[in-house]
Design a protein around this ligand. Structure first.
Ligand SMILES: Nc1ncnc2c1ncn2[C@@H]1O[C@H](COP(=O)(O)OP(=O)(O)O)[C@@H](O)[C@H]1O
Ligand SMILES: O=C(O)C1=C[C@@H](OP(=O)(O)O)[C@@H](O)[C@H](O)C1
Ligand SMILES: [Mg+2]
Length: 184
């Protein structure tokens, strides 16, 4: 079971805020932030181009490699935001057992305004809302399988989600003061 010093990893469906919340959580806590999609893009080019050239399977292979690399080199000082489909890979799910995984949950009404055009997310090609809902149903069991906790992001700002993540992981300030003995 992962301890409090394990890397923190954000998973969940597209546009629930994994990238935004991960970045904000890491900044607040002075930790290193890695977004696996960004790492893939830096190395292999835009995600839509990867899908065009190599298909979803090709993208998933690159994604699994990057996730493995980030988690292996990670340690306690790293915060990782995954792409929404990373949990499809069984090897990735196994590796996530050593991390503190947070499932950022939302519903279609919340994310719909954020699914603009869908061009940057090939998995949402066609009717983006319908696709999102279908993928949500398919993947929800996998998010639940890997997650230590589920944070409902509906009606919350990014800052409020980060507050809730800290609370759920037992990382809020009052807890730190208690455990480190520096409280007043
Ligand atoms: N809780 C939130 N409230 C309002 N906007 C949000 C929230 N979380 C994320 N966003 C915005 O929604 C968009 C998608 O967020 P992003 O972090 O890229 O999601 P993901 O990485 O899960 O696909 C971004 O423009 C982001 O700023
Ligand atoms: O759910 C998916 O299959 C995907 C989610 C995207 O990341 P976000 O969840 O950060 O949008 C990105 O990895 C790619 O477009 C595929
Ligand atoms: Mg993201």
């Amino acid at each position: 079971m992962p301890g409090t010093l394990s890397p923190v990893v954000f998973t969940g469906p597209m546009a629930t805020g994994k990238t935004a919340v991960g970045r904000s959580f890491a900044a607040r806590r002075g930790l290193t932030f890695v977004d696996t999609d960004r790492r893939i893009t830096q190395r292999h080019g835009p995600i839509p181009s990867i899908f065009e050239a190599e298909g979803e399977d090709g993208f998933r292979r690159l994604e699994a490699d990057v996730v493995r690399e980030v988690l292996a080199g990670g340690g306690p000082g790293v915060v990782v935001s995954l792409g929404g489909g990373a949990v499809l890979n069984a090897g990735t799910r196994a590796l996530l057992k050593a991390a503190r995984v947070v499932f950022l949950d939302a519903d279609l009404a919340t994310v719909l305004p954020r699914l603009n055009a869908g061009a940057s997310r090939p998995m949402l090609a066609g009717d983006a809302g319908e696709r999102w809902a279908t993928l949500y149903e398919q993947r929800r069991p996998l998010y639940l399988e890997v997650a230590e906790c589920v944070v409902d992001t509906r009606g919350r700002t990014v800052r409020q989600v980060v507050d809730e993540v800290e609370r759920m992981l037992g990382l809020n300030d009052s807890n730190e003061r208690r455990t480190t003995g520096h409280g007043t």
